[in-house]
Design a protein around this ligand. Sequence first.
Ligand SMILES: Nc1ncnc2c1ncn2[C@@H]1O[C@H](COP(=O)(O)OP(=O)(O)O)[C@@H](O)[C@H]1O
Ligand SMILES: [Mg+2]
Length: 260
Amino acid sequence: MSLKLAIGGKGGVGKTTITSLIARSIAALNKETKVIAIDADPVANLAAGLGIDESKPITPVSELSDLIAERTGATPGTMGGFFTLNPKVDDIPDRFSLEKDGVKLLVMGTVQQGGSGCICPEATILKALMNHLVLARNEVVVMDMEAGVEHLGRATSGSVDALIVVVNPGKRSRVAADKIRKLGHDIGIKNIVVLGNRIKSKEDKKLIQTSMPDYEILGFIPEMEEIIRSDRDGTRPFDDITQIPEELIEITKKLIKLGS
Ligand SMILES: Nc1ncnc2c1ncn2[C@@H]1O[C@H](COP(=O)(O)OP(=O)(O)O)[C@@H](O)[C@H]1O
Ligand SMILES: [Mg+2]
């Protein structure tokens, strides 16, 4: 199955939590499909939610200096000079990811942007890798993005099956959602949907429905004690993924239908 999902939203709304639950849930419902979860937010920590051992630090792709030098023909940290703009990246997802219960985790890392339009080797590798993940792989790719969708470019956006903007029942996350939707539209993502998270009441749901009338709503995820408790303990919520609430199963099924 090919399914490419990007998860965006204001900091703290639940992007990382939802990315890991959706990735695990798709893997559990579709045992034969490969699922890759992409940590593309500098402050994300997807490992915990996926249940991947955090005691061995995962080197982000942007810090694989030797590999970047070998593949681009230029030394990371340098600018200008000659290096290839389409480096080989197709082996990176399998070589540099960690796997647990059918979900692979790939950590992108960040590039220190030197002014505008940095075309340094690190940025070139990350861009080529994002293109490869979205365009070339016949797999499920779930991307935990930063508030913006900077990592996605025009080349890839047409192949993103959905940009899921997470909101909480609060004005600030809705304002952020509008900005993210605009960014998404600008780069050409066609399907942009909203997912309400940390819903405590019918009123919370209604608030999102009435204040975001022109959005397609993918679903609502309740405020859950299980998530709060596992966050406190540093464990993954719903260790037995089949125990996730019905709402999440419905959301996963809707998303699977978008795949091909
Ligand atoms: N449905 C939920 N119920 C309870 N707590 C949640 C829920 N979703 C997220 N959280 C908590 O909210 C906090 C922020 O979530 P996180 O996924 O890190 O957000 P983001 O990645 O958008 O910054 C975490 O402490 C997380 O455990
Ligand atoms: Mg996060």
